[in-house]
Design a protein around this ligand. Structure first.
Ligand SMILES: [Zn+2]
Length: 208
């Protein structure tokens, strides 16, 4: 189970908004704001959006009134400059590091199934459809969500770890890091994570 699911359970239970950076960026693009046009100019060229722009978009969202009592960030900060910016302007209470073995990560990603007709998602191990490769909801044929081989996933995971490890060290030094083993029953795990987090400002950071 990925960070999005943890984030939405925590968001519901703590009654604070779940902010996914990916969604924030897509929303700016679709609203054709000045920032959105800048984001699009990078995304359309297949480039990473610079820290400065991502920071501005996140900061704008965190100033909204529904964030006054706390928020859950999902997918941010991903780089050290982003973390430094966030700590300066919106210091976090806790940073959750979801951890899983590479085997679990590969099984999780490779087992994802998707209904191209209605969008329902399944997993061969954890949420199998009632009939093999057939959508429970609409009866359409399911497809794999990724064609990536375990080798590709492993390489991408190692790249991700290299990018994110300065961020992890940064929060570890501040005493804010909460490492959490994310292997097992997702519902039970999300609630035990909730018990570990006593305060409201939480960032979800994941080794996916
Ligand atoms: Zn379907």
């Amino acid at each position: 189970m990925g960070k999005g699911t943890y984030s939405s359970i925590l968001s519901k239970e703590l009654r604070i908004p779940h902010l996914s950076t990916g969604e924030l960026l897509r929303r700016e693009i679709s609203m054709k704001t000045e920032l959105g046009r800048e984001v699009e100019s990078y995304v359309s060229r297949g480039l990473l959006v610079p820290d400065k722009i991502v920071n501005d978009i996140v900061a704008k969202r965190l100033c909204a009134s529904d964030c006054a009592n706390g928020f859950i960030l999902d997918g941010y900060p991903r780089t050290l400059p982003q973390a430094v910016f966030l700590e300066e302007h919106f210091p976090l209470d806790k940073v959750v590091l979801l951890q899983a073995s590479l085997e679990t990560i590969i099984e999780r990603i490779c087992g994802r199934l998707y209904c191209p007709n209605c969008g329902e998602t399944y997993h061969v191990s954890w949420k199998p459809p009632k009939r093999d490769n057939i959508c429970d909801k609409c009866g359409a044929k399911l497809t794999r969500r990724t064609d990536d081989s375990p080798e590709v996933i492993k390489r991408r995971y190692e790249e991700y770890l290299a990018t994110v490890s300065p961020v992890v060290d940064f929060y570890k030094k501040l005493g804010k890091l909460v490492p959490f083993r994310a292997e097992g029953d997702s519902q039970i795990l999300a609630y035990s994570l909730l018990r570990e987090l006593s305060s409201s400002r939480t960032e979800i950071l994941v080794e996916k």
